[in-house]
Ligand binder design. Structure first.
Ligand SMILES: *[C@@H]1O[C@H](CO)[C@@H](O)[C@H](O)[C@H]1NC(C)=O
Ligand SMILES: *[C@@H]1O[C@H](CO)[C@@H](O)[C@H](O)[C@H]1NC(C)=O
Length: 266
């Protein structure tokens, strides 16, 4: 079977990170999506979005996936446990954890619990919180949603809360916007060809990558069940699709932009 998608520049795309963490770039105009997973150690903070023009920044911290007591070996899977959002021009700073939300604008600070439905309005900013969904609009800039998952594995007596980040509107951010998600805000050109025994070639950013067809859940609208979205899964933490390597996006703090320098002792 040969599957071929014409090259098209996509002016609109939706980017999100949720689950394990799974990253997904949805291109509704092409009715297609690209996705990749990044796993790292708990406590690692990744830059998702960084727009130097507006001072808009989104960072995500990983937390360990809970394991059954006594489970040994294997690698530790992670979820997004904490998000830091800054908009310098508007003086907004937002910290979202699985427990609650802390919003600061200039000298005022508000703390909200996920269980408190709220609607707040600040200069150039609107925030609404309904059950497990936080939606934030920032003037002339961006609209995003954070969803909180509360997952219970009854059989294993485990409960885990984690977060997902969904970009709803981003096209007005500057051309310099970058980050694991931000680099796709102005679209991405790609072609998919030669689907053979489940593996296809993805041509993107001058690379040819072997991808497989996968499914990801998009919880943007339906936090409980999500919507199944087919996507092309890029292996090796998105190598070739993202600029550089995943480790290039590790930052030193939840509200920091400087790269964390990892020294290797040999
Ligand atoms: C906030 O909501 C009000 C009322 O709906 C609207 O007029 C305003 O444009 C919104 N602001 C932003 C930044 O979305
Ligand atoms: C893709 O798969 C082909 C066939 O298995 C292999 O020869 C090639 O090296 C792979 N390319 C990459 C980038 O992994």
């Amino acid at each position: 079977m040969c599957l071929f998608v014409a090259v098209a520049s996509s002016s609109r795309s939706y980017e999100d990170v949720d689950g394990d963490p799974h990253f997904m770039i949805e291109l509704p105009e092409r009715d297609d999506a690209l996705c990749f997973n990044i796993n790292d150690s708990p406590g690692t903070i990744f830059n998702l979005v960084r727009d130097p023009a507006s001072g808009f920044l989104v960072n995500a911290e990983l937390v360990a996936k809970k394991m059954k007591k006594g489970a040994v070996g294997g690698k530790v899977n992670t979820y997004v446990g904490r998000l830091g959002v800054v908009h310098q021009t508007l003086g907004v700073r937002l910290e979202v954890t699985t427990k609650g939300i802390t919003l600061s604008q200039d000298s005022r600070q508000v703390k909200l619990l996920w269980s408190d439905p709220s609607a707040l309005r600040g200069p150039g900013m609107n925030l609404t919180l309904t059950k497990d969904q936080l939606t934030v609009s920032l003037r002339d800039c961006v609209r995003f949603r954070v969803v909180r998952h509360t997952k219970v594995w009854r059989a294993r007596h485990l409960k885990q809360d984690y977060l997902g980040f969904y970009t709803l509107e981003s096209h007005r951010l500057s051309q310099e916007v970058h980050g694991l998600l931000g680099q796709f805000y102005h679209g991405v050109e790609f072609e998919v060809g030669d689907l053979r025994s489940g593996v296809a070639s993805l041509y993107v950013k001058g690379h040819q990558l072997n991808v497989t067809r996968g499914w990801q859940r998009d919880f943007r609208e339906d936090v409980r069940h999500g919507e199944q979205v087919p996507c092309w899964l890029v292996p090796s933490s998105g190598a070739g699709l993202i600029d550089g390597r995943a480790s290039d996006y590790v930052v030193s703090g939840l509200f920091k932009t400087d790269r964390k320098v990892v020294s290797v002792i040999t």
